[in-house]
Design a protein around this ligand. Structure first.
Ligand code: KG4
Ligand code: ZN
Length: 345
């Protein structure tokens, strides 16, 4: 008789930015719990994430969040097979809270410790709700800190084929939202107000990086929006907030989709995955759906809760690292500018 495979349970911790999160993931695909303590309300007072406040809030919340994740999953620490934690990239003080906590738990409970790259987590979020999805595939990772086109060769094996030369897509959303008086967090607010606006109203630039077909640049479109609203103010005219938001959003999503489809053609891809906070954008999702249909490529994206920062995605990535034999030592540190595919030694 075949011996039954034992389940692998990962307790995962994420604290790289402004969400304190813990989750329990079974066999890399089933989320038993996904607890997120968001600091958004706190940072809204300052119009953006204040790193020191983020660290302090993480240290205050992390144990309660982990306790809730274990109890919602109806397990105890002794049932866990490994501890996964985001160790970069992100805000150093914020990352250190999660890393120190994960090390303490792993040490005390004698469990393997697995450091996870935050972007690897965002991509892995797609495995949760798409059991049939397996590498290789192409991926567009669009978050507050990153805009990458990535060829995912295998679990844990990445080739970055394009990246932003300046602002990340989410960063551009956040800055433009602030400039047009929508406040923080900008992405969801621009998404919402754009539904009332005309995306053809204003023609903002679509930047293409010479000689690097997969790279992005969003500082030009951001400046164009700022110039547009300043010009209106100088003339004593009001601008239409919804039209500016919708036209900006269209300029950004047009470039994201164009570069993504260029890569689809070159790589002859049959699967495309979008990931990260900006993957929650309704205009991007719908433009990618049409483009992928036209190019006969299957599109995958996570539910909204798995697009923005969460620990379930870190648990999924940690599971595949666990299978690949990744184990980190007690010297694991936070690496704020960790590169995708780079190993901490
Ligand atoms: O992945 P994420 O939660 O954190 C990082 O790793 O950066 O992404 C946060 C970013 C923010 O810039 C936020 O404005 C953006 O994702 N975002 C959105 C939407 N929801 C979140 N951008 C556009 N449309 C949205 N619906
Ligand atoms: Zn993120």
């Amino acid at each position: 008789m075949m011996e039954e495979q034992k389940d692998v349970l990962v307790l995962a911790i994420e604290s790289s930015c402004d969400e304190t999160a813990a989750a329990v993931v079974k066999n890399g695909r089933t989320v038993l719990s996904n607890v997120i303590s968001s600091q958004i309300a706190l940072h809204t007072l300052y119009g953006g994430v204040v790193p020191e406040i983020a660290s302090r809030k993480h240290i205050e919340k992390i144990n309660q969040v982990i306790e809730a994740a274990l109890s919602e999953a109806e397990i105890t620490l002794s049932d866990v097979d490994a501890i996964g934690v985001t160790y970069g990239p992100g805000l150093v003080g914020a990352l250190l809270v999660g890393v120190a906590e994960a090390k303490a738990i792993a040490y005390a409970a004698k469990k393997p410790l697995i450091g996870v790259h935050h972007i690897e987590g965002h991509i892995a979020a797609n495995f949760i709700e798409h059991p049939e999805l397996e590498p290789p595939f192409l991926s567009l990772v669009v978050s507050g800190g990153h805009t990458h086109l990535v060829y995912v060769k295998d679990y844990g094996k990445y080739e970055i084929i394009g990246r932003t030369r300046d602002d990340a897509a989410g960063e551009a959303f956040d800055k433009v939202a602030r400039a047009i008086g929508l406040g923080y967090p900008g992405g969801p607010k621009i998404d919402k107000v754009s539904k009332e606006g005309n995306a053809q109203a204003i023609s903002f630039p679509r930047a293409h990086v010479e000689g690097a077909a997969y790279d992005f640049s969003f500082s030009g479109v951001k400046s164009a929006v700022l110039n547009y609203i300043n010009a209106c103010k100088m003339k004593g005219e009001d601008y239409n907030q919804a039209d500016v938001a919708a036209s900006f959003q269209k300029a950004v999503t047009d470039v994201l989709v164009a570069n993504a489809m260029h890569a689809v053609k070159e790589f002859k891809a049959d699967k495309f995955v979008i990931a990260g906070g900006v993957a929650a954008n309704s205009a991007l999702r719908s433009a990618m759906r049409s483009a992928c249909e036209e190019h006969e490529v299957r599109l995958y994206y996570p539910s909204l809760v798995y697009c923005t920062d969460n620990a379930a995605m870190i648990g999924v990535a940690a599971y595949y690292e666990y299978l690949a034999g990744t184990r980190h030592g007690w010297d694991l540190n936070a690496v704020p500018n960790l590169k995708l595919g780079e190993r901490y030694e």
